[in-house]
Every structure is written in C-alpha cells, then in structure tokens.
Ligand binder design. Structure first.
Ligand code: CA
Length: 644
C-alpha cells in the first residue's frame, strides 16, 4: 500500500479538501470526520474519561463513508467535555486510534476530547494580538527556552514550577532582589520567546507528576494538543488548553511574542501514531523494502510530500496561529520537509497572520522521498523558500568552533583564518543565503554545549575572566549582526550544564532538572550580573539602530562596509546611516579577538563610544574620540560619529 499512497491516482481520488476534520462542536450537535480511505469500517467510541484503558465507554457511533476518503458521524446534543477515539478496521485488522485532529486529550494522549475551545479563552483574548506586529523578522531578538528550565530551580521563586502558568508569574526575585522568570525575560528586552516543544509529546509520563521527569519533547504524539505535563491537571483535557492560552496572553501583555518549536519531521512511535493506525503506513516514508526512512535518526521520517500529510501539517500550523495566537514557528529538522509544504504553510498562515515568522534547521539529511520532483527545505535550497529562515551553523561554528570538535577554538577563542567568514556572517550573508531575513544568527541553542561550556572545553587553561570576555565578544558579534539574533536561555548569565561530578553535559535532552534548569541565584554574583547587563545593553543598542536590522542584501552591501588592513583576528566595519530609520550618520564597529590590544584608525570626525569590552547600551561611555584608537584585547568596540 505505501507505494500506492504516493500515486497521482490515489491522491486525485482521496485528497480531502474540507476544513472540518476532527470533532466540530456546537451546542446542538458535534460532528466527527476522519480521513481513512483504506478502512472497511469506522466507529466513534465515546468515553466518560480521558484515561487509556478505563472501562467507561458511553457510546459507539458507526461512521458513514463520505467523500474523498473521509468518514463522518454526528452526535446530537451538547457533548462538550466528552472523550472519544476512532475504532477502525483495515484489511480485516481492527485498531483504536486517537483523532489526528484532536484539539484536547486526556492524560497520555490516547483519547481525544470534544471541546468548546472558546469556553477556555482567558480574559481579553479577543483583543489579544502579537505585540511585535508590523515589524520585520530582522527586528526580532529570539530567546530559546525549555518551559521547565525557567522555573524548576528554587531560586526562581516561581510557584507554578515547570508549568505553563510559571510563565505568567510576575514579581519573582532572587534572594538579593534580582528579577527572575517572566520579569527577567522582559527586562532583558528580547522580542520573541521560543519555547521548546509544548505540544503533546510521549517521553514524559503525564500521570506521574510525582516523580522527576525531564525531556526536551522532540517526540510528538498529538501535534494539535498542548503537553499535559505542563498543565496543572493533565487529566481534564480543557485545562492544558486554558493554561497555555493564559501563558500566551500574559506574554503578549508583556510585549513578548511567542514562538513554538514544532516537530513534524518524525513521530514518537510510528507504529502507534494515530495517523498510521487509521491509514497504515501513510504518514511515514518507507524505502523499497518497506523499511522506515530514518534521516531524522528518530526511527522514522514524515512523508510530507503526500497530499494528506501536507494538509495535516498546514492545518496544524494554521490552527496554532489562529487558536493560540502563536507568532512564530521553529521547524525541527526542516531539511526533511519538502519546500512545497513549507511554502504552503507560510502562505496559508500569512493570509490572516502576516507577522508570523518561520525558521528551522535546514541541515541536509539522508531521507527517502516517496515521490519525484520535490526539493527539501535545506540551507542550500534557501532561495526556494524566501520567507523561511535557517539557523546559521556557519556563524555558530565560526564564533566558537565546530560543534563536532569540542576542543577546537573559534574566532572569539583565537582561531586563525576566520575573519572573512565572520565578515560575511556579520553582513547577514553566509555563503548559503543572500538575504539577512533568512539567517538566524546564534552561537548556542539547546543542542550541544552551552556557550560557556563550549568556551571552557576549547580553552581549559584560560582564566574565568578571559572566558567571560570571549563570551561577551561572541554575543556582541551576533547580536549586532545583520539577520535574526537568537540565543539559548541563560547564555546571558553564563549558563553551564554540569552533572554532580562537574562533568559537562552535551546532550541534556533527558537529563534531570538540576542539570538543565536556569540557576537564577547566579545573578546574585557580580560577574554574572554584569554579563546579563551586557546582553541587555547589546539588545537595547540593536533595537535603537535600524541600520543593524536591514532586510535586503543590497542595502547591507551599500551600508555595511568591511574595513580592510586590520590585524589578524580582527574584523571591523564602517556602517553608514540614512536607512531604515537610522539616526546615526555613521557607526564604526571593531571585533578584536586577539590576546593583545589592536589599533584601528577611525574615519574622519569625532566619535562617541557606546560599546566596549566592559559595557554596552544606548548611553555613550566616552566622547570626543578621534584618530587612531586602541581596542582592548578580546573585546568589541562600537562608536557612533558625533554630530557636527
Ligand atoms: Ca504528553
């Protein structure tokens, strides 16, 4: 069968084009529609509770075969809050499946729930909108966070530790009175909060909140349902929906847009995945011998090129944007998803929500497409998806060294020969992309080592003070670069991930909270607090200067001019104002990665210093600077020309 699924004849006959898949609730009746073109029989099972295996069947509705491979049934009356599954018989075999279009589910996600979605909207939801609407993607400053990491440490002082609601708490502080949690993120000045997967995943047992469990969550079960372990009550399906909406509302009220990390490239368990139970083998790519394609290295790859998988992904993203007011999507392993699917997602979301931003991991991977003529959404195909941005591993590795060789230094730790790469990346144009709107500039994310750990591993004999200088220099480079800046939560307070013996943990996807979570009390220490202030200053400076946030390659080329003749391990730029609301006539930027001072000649005129190795911000640190200037070792220096 899998081969047939990808034929034109099958798609012509069985591509459903309607928008009513799943359970559509009204006060008078609920209609169910499921796509199961190969099924012989389908029933809706109605349950009193959401618990898998509970013997509380309260109804069984036969479904009628309808158009384009779908089956429908109707239940009279108001059944808001009832749970359901589909029982399907294919080729004589009967299985019970959750609804792929489930909007809510019971604990563990095996039973879907009929839900009046508007009944759980928080106050002010009708007026709720993206606080950064109308801006460019290059105006975004993205902060990547695992929900639990924010609130699990005692020093966070957060009541709803590990929950959606933890992100709604204000006024939380460390012992010395420094803001934590939401207040910290707000004060830092980021525009977009990127949350690691918050849709229902399989690796955490939702029925055991009493035992410590942690997972990044890249193992989707129900892609349209919030994760139950992040709700105060995983058993009642409406609670997670309500609390996730509350979280979005509170973030929006605080000026922060919300980005979801979405995982459509593979599923937790291909055999048990609801879509595959309903239509065996449809959702995943298989090779000629029937083996799952495994470019994801997670056991299976999604067959995004099939029409009903594409529709499923498009419908899902549109749903999150529409129902939860999500402002951006980060696609996990997007290099496994075809470009037509990605472009359709973007076009459909942008019809009503033109501000939503999209980016992902565009690595080239070994996958088996089931149809010919499709391209995958990789960095190298960036020109095929002009409204989709990619993580710049070019920039990441140039700054701190390759993620595959932990002992290798990068530009900030003194590696030679990287000046030109840093220059191209700073201008928002690594070799694989020609527009600053398509490059996500970063040096740390949840994967691999934290920035501070990575610097320590490559520079074991360097003093703590030196390491901090390197960290600050890396931050200055990517936070001021053309493109879209992004960083892992805690990078601004020298986050490390160490086990009890002090060993650095690289792949912390299921490490305990104590390794992963943010240790807010570090901010009570002077060195850490100063780094935080430095990040805050860099972000404020970026926001104040339109010339650092250009959208077109041509604009960058005519305004961001690399300065030649500098010493090795130094990159410098003259940046000309008069564009994108920039008020400065001219800016001069030097990144000195040398262990010694370097000298650079300023263009004509007198200059004010706004950023140096110590401090950063929108207030001048020194004025009346001219001629040849000395730049301290391992530091950034940013000057603005004084008005005549
Ligand atoms: Ca789950």
């Amino acid at each position: 069968m899998p081969g047939t699924y990808s034929t034109e004849a099958f798609e012509k006959e069985y591509t459903y084009t309607g928008k009513d898949l799943g359970a559509v609730w009204t006060k008078d009746k609920t209609t169910f529609r499921v796509w199961a073109p190969t099924a012989e029989k389908v029933f809706v099972h109605l349950y009193a509770s959401g618990m898998a295996g509970a013997k509380d069947l309260i109804g069984r509705l036969p479904m009628q075969k309808e158009r384009q491979g779908t089956w429908t049934a109707e239940k009279e009356g108001d059944v808001n809050g009832i749970y359901y599954t589909y029982q399907v018989t294919v080729g004589g075999k009967t299985a019970e499946a959750c609804d792929p279009y489930a909007r809510a589910a019971g604990a563990g996600g095996t039973r879907a729930m009929v839900l009046d979605l508007s009944s759980v909207n928080p106050a002010g939801w009708e007026e709720d909108c993206d606080p950064n609407a109308g801006k460019s993607v290059t105006d975004a400053v993205i902060y990547e966070l695992h929900l639990r990491d924010l609130s699990m440490d005692k020093s966070a002082g957060i009541r709803y530790a590990g929950k959606f609601l933890g992100l709604t708490e204000k006024g939380t502080k460390t012992l010395s009175g420094i803001p934590t949690g939401l207040d910290h993120i707000k004060e830092l000045g980021i525009t977009h909060l990127h949350l690691l997967p918050v849709c229902d995943y399989g690796s955490v047992d939702e029925t055991r909140p009493d035992i410590p469990q942690f997972n990044w969550g890249y193992d989707p079960v129900n892609v349209n349902v919030p994760e139950g372990s992040y709700a105060t009550d995983p058993y009642h399906g409406e609670v997670r929906v309500k609390e996730m909406k509350q979280m979005v509302r509170e973030l929006h009220k605080n000026g922060i847009s919300v980005i979801m990390d979405v995982v459509y490239n593979h599923v937790y368990d291909a055999e048990k995945f609801c879509f595959n139970l309903l239509v065996p083998g449809y959702f995943c790519r298989t090779d000629e011998d029937g083996r799952y394609s495994n470019g994801s290295l997670c056991g299976n790859d999604t067959a995004t090129e099939r029409s009903m998988v594409r529709k499923y992904i498009v419908d899902s993203v549109v749903y999150w944007a529409e129902e939860y007011h999500i402002d951006g999507f980060r696609f996990d392993l997007v290099g496994l998803i075809d470009t037509e699917t990605i472009n359709t997602v973007i076009a459909e979301v942008h019809k009503k929500h033109p501000n939503v931003i999209f980016y992902g991991e565009g690595w080239t991977m070994d996958t088996v497409l089931t149809k010919e003529g499709y391209l995958l959404t990789t960095q190298l195909n960036a020109s095929e998806t002009p409204e989709f941005a990619f993580f710049s591993d070019t920039f990441r590795d140039a700054l701190k060294g390759s993620v595959f060789k932990a002992s290798e230094p990068g530009f900030v730790s003194g590696a030679p020969g990287l000046e030109e790469t840093i220059q191209q990346c700073f201008m928002g144009m690594p070799f694989w992309c020609k527009s600053p709107t398509q490059t996500v500039n970063y040096t740390s994310c949840h994967d691999n080592y934290t920035l501070m750990d990575r610097i320590s591993l490559s520079m074991p004999d360097t003093s703590f003070e030196r390491k901090i200088q390197m960290n600050k220099l890396a931050a200055a480079i990517y936070l001021l670069a053309e493109g879209i800046p992004f960083f892992q939560a805690g990078e601004e307070m020298l986050r490390v991930r160490r086990d009890r013996s002090g060993t650095v943990v690289e792949n912390a996807y299921d490490s305990p909270d104590e390794i992963n979570c943010l240790k807010w009390d570090m901010l009570d220490k002077k060195e850490y607090y100063e780094v935080y202030q430095y990040y805050k200053g860099l972000i404020a400076f970026r926001k104040a200067h339109g010339v650092l946030r250009l959208r077109e390659a041509d604009e960058v080329k005519s305004h961001v001019l690399p300065v030649g003749g500098t010493e090795k391990n130094v990159a410098a730029f003259r940046i000309l104002g008069g564009i994108n609301g920039e008020t400065a006539e001219e800016m001069f930027v030097v990144f000195n990665a040398r262990r010694k001072k370097t000298k650079v000649s300023l263009p004509e005129g007198t200059w004010k210093v706004y950023i140096n190795g110590e401090k950063s911000g929108t207030k001048a640190l020194a004025a009346g600077v001219s001629g040849c200037v000395e730049i301290a070792s391992i530091s950034a220096e940013v000057l603005i020309k004084e008005c005549e």
